[in-house]
Design a protein. Structure first.
Length: 347
C-alpha cells in the first residue's frame, strides 16, 4: 500500500483515515425477469438501482476536507492558532489485478497521484502579507506506486514535494518507502466479526532536496513505525461505526531532527526520538446520500502528541535563536493535544 496524504502528515490525519475506512453497503444488482415473445426470449433493461455501486472501473477518486486546531508535521509545529483547513484529493489508477484463481504473489498494483493542502486564517510568521494566497501555507504534490500481495502485505514508493504558496518555507522533496500488513485474517470469532486488525506499518523517508527542520540544505532521513488497530461496531446497520486507536512513533535515522546551529556556534545535535502519538478516531458512512453519488463519510478524532527534546525547544520558544510560529514562548512543553473533524468522498 502506498504512503499517501494521511501517513505523510505524521499527525492526526492518519487516525481519521481509520475512522473513515467504512463505505455504505451496496444492494445486490437487480435481475431482470425474462419475457417470452413468440419463440424469442427477451430480457428487458434493468431498472436503475439507486443503491448500486456506480464505479466498477480501474480509476477511483477520493476527496477529503479536514478541519483541525493544530498542524504538526512529524512532530514539527507548523501552526496551532486560528482556523486550519486541510483539503486533499487524489486519483488512483488500477494497473494490475490478479484474477480470483490466480496464484500470483502480487494481488494488485496501482498508481496514485494527489495533492494535500493546509490553509490558515492566521498567517505564519515570514509569509507574504495580504489575503488570498497569503493564507495558503502549504500545497503538496505526491505520486507513487503501491503493490498489494495475497498474504496481506502491501508496499509502495512515493515521490513527495512539499511546497508553500505563500513562501513560508522553500520546496522540500523526498522519496518515501512504506510497508504495511493487514492482519485481520489472523483473528476469528467475535474479533473477526468486528473486523479487528492491528495493521502494523513502517515508513522511511529520504529527503533529497532541502529539509523541513533545521538547516534547510541539510537533508535527513526519517523513519516511522506504528499500528492502527480498529474495530467496526453495528456492522448490520446502515451506519456502522468504525473505531480506530493508532499508535505512532517518528524517529531520525540521519540528521532529520538536527536543529540549526545557534549564533554562538553551539548545536545540541540530532535527536533520534522525534515524537510518539496515541489517538482515538470515530468514523461513519453518510448512508442517507444515495450510493450512486459515491461514498460519503464523516469522522472525528483526537490525538495526544509527545515530543522529543529538540522538538520541545523548537516548537515552544525561540527555535535555536530564531523565533518560530505563533506559540507559547515557554520551552520544554512535552505534550500537545490535536483534534480534527473530516468529511470525505470516494468514487
Amino acid at each position: 500500500m502506498m504512503e499517501c496524504k494521511k501517513l505523510a502528515r505524521g499527525s492526526v490525519a492518519a487516525l481519521v483515515a481509520l475512522g473513515l475506512a467504512v463505505s455504505p453497503a451496496f444492494a445486490d444488482e437487480i435481475e431482470a425477469e425474462e419475457v417470452i415473445v413468440g419463440e424469442e426470449i427477451v430480457a428487458p433493461p434493468a431498472e436503475p438501482c439507486p443503491e448500486c455501486a456506480v464505479n466498477n472501473g480501474s480509476v477511483s477518486i477520493a476527496i477529503g476536507n479536514d478541519m483541525t486546531n493544530a498542524y504538526f508535521f512529524r512532530g514539527i509545529l507548523q501552526q496551532k492558532t486560528g482556523f486550519i483547513w486541510q483539503p486533499w484529493g487524489e486519483v488512483s489508477f488500477g494497473l494490475y489485478e490478479a484474477g480470483a484463481d490466480s496464484d500470483s504473489a502480487v494481488s494488485d498494483v496501482s498508481l496514485t497521484i494527489g495533492t494535500w493542502n493546509s490553509i490558515h486564517t492566521d498567517q505564519i510568521t515570514g509569509a507574504q502579507n495580504g489575503s488570498g494566497p497569503g493564507n495558503w501555507y502549504e500545497s503538496d504534490f505526491y505520486a507513487g506506486i503501491g503493490m498489494g500481495m495475497a498474504n496481506g502485505i502491501g508496499a509502495g514508493v512515493t515521490y513527495v514535494a512539499y511546497m508553500s504558496p505563500n513562501n513560508a518555507f522553500g520546496t522540500v522533496q523526498e522519496i518515501d518507502l512504506d510497508i504495511s500488513y493487514d492482519d485481520s485474517d489472523l483473528y476469528d470469532g467475535e474479533m473477526q466479526n468486528l473486523g479487528f486488525g492491528l495493521n502494523p506499518y513502517g515508513l522511511i523517508a529520504f529527503e533529497v532536496d532541502k529539509s523541513r527542520f533545521g538547516d534547510r540544505d541539510d537533508t535527513g532521513i526519517y523513519a516511522e513505525v506504528g499500528v492502527e488497530p480498529s474495530v467496526t461496531v453495528m456492522g448490520d446497520s446502515e451506519y456502522p461505526l468504525t473505531i480506530g486507536m493508532p499508535l505512532t512513533m517518528g524517529m531520525s535515522v540521519d540528521n532529520y531532527y538536527l536543529p540549526r546551529t545557534l549564533p554562538n556556534g553551539a548545536n545540541p545535535g540530532d535527536d533520534w526520538f522525534g515524537f510518539a502519538s496515541a489517538g482515538l478516531g470515530l468514523g461513519v458512512p453518510l448512508a442517507f446520500i444515495p450510493a450512486r453519488y459515491g461514498s460519503f463519510s464523516a469522522g472525528v478524532a483526537g490525538q495526544w502528541l509527545a515530543l522529543g527534546s529538540n522538538l520541545q525547544r523548537f516548537n515552544n520558544g525561540p527555535a535555536n535563536g530564531v523565533v518560530g510560529t505563533k506559540t507559547n514562548p515557554r520551552e520544554g512543553r512535552f505534550g500537545e493535544w490535536i483534534g480534527v473533524a473530516s468529511v470525505n468522498w470516494e468514487y
